[in-house]
Write a protein that binds this ligand. Structure first.
Ligand code: MG
Length: 210
């Protein structure tokens, strides 16, 4: 079965949205959602390779719950936010950690080709919301595990916040932040991000060529 096409106009990501992850990198939890963008050119699907660019240092996995926008969202309220969500999917916010620290702003660290693996979208109505959470395994070893309830800002708060800044178009993706346990990837690894009640995305990791 070929994957459902995804063509977001933007991928909006949330940083430091789990307290223990903020702490593990020496950061405070922000007082309002901290957002950044990944370019749509970073998208890959399950089974495609995450390419480690030469010379960039440490590259980390970040397992996250991804949101697919279904209906244009501008200035939506928290109460109305879910009606703008079409589907959820597993997402890996792959990050060049050394470059993130070096650059100060995150566009390069978050923006390399292949740095946004996503799994198959599951329509919201079919998602078991009680099971919603994220689990990451590298080579079968458990590395991250958290419930959606552990998020500092839940999905309705994120949609309301982001839609006050930029209009969300149908097909846009939101990456809702990663829990603690982030760590580096190496060539030859296989990383799996699994979202409870939704599904998993699995990707091999390989070196890029110069
Ligand atoms: Mg992230």
């Amino acid at each position: 079965m070929s994957p459902m096409p995804l063509s977001p106009s933007k991928i909006v990501c949330v940083g430091r949205n789990y307290a223990r992850h903020a702490a593990e990198l020496g950061n405070e939890v922000p007082s309002e959602p901290l957002i950044f963008l990944k370019p749509p050119s970073a998208l890959i699907r399950g089974g495609e390779g995450i390419v480690l660019p030469p010379g960039v240092g440490r590259v980390d996995f970040e397992g996250e719950i991804g949101v697919v926008v279904g209906r244009r969202a501008h200035n939506v309220s928290e109460g109305d936010a879910w009606s703008h969500v079409e589907a959820l999917l597993p997402l890996n916010d792959v990050t060049a950690r050394d470059l993130q620290k070096k650059d100060g702003q995150w566009t390069r660290a978050k923006g390399f080709d292949t740095f946004c693996p996503v799994g198959e979208p599951v329509p919201l109505a079919e998602v078991d919301m009680d099971a919603l959470g994220v689990t990451t395994r590298v080579n079968g070893n458990l590395r991250q595990q958290a419930s959606a309830g552990d998020m500092v800002f839940g999905i309705p708060v994120l949609l309301a916040h982001i839609s006050r800044i930029m209009t969300l178009e149908p097909g846009d993706l939101i990456a809702t932040g990663t829990p603690d346990g982030v760590g580096p990837l190496a060539a030859g690894d296989e990383v799996e991000v699994s979202v409870g009640g939704v599904g998993a995305v699995r990707n091999p990791v390989r070196e890029g060529s110069r």
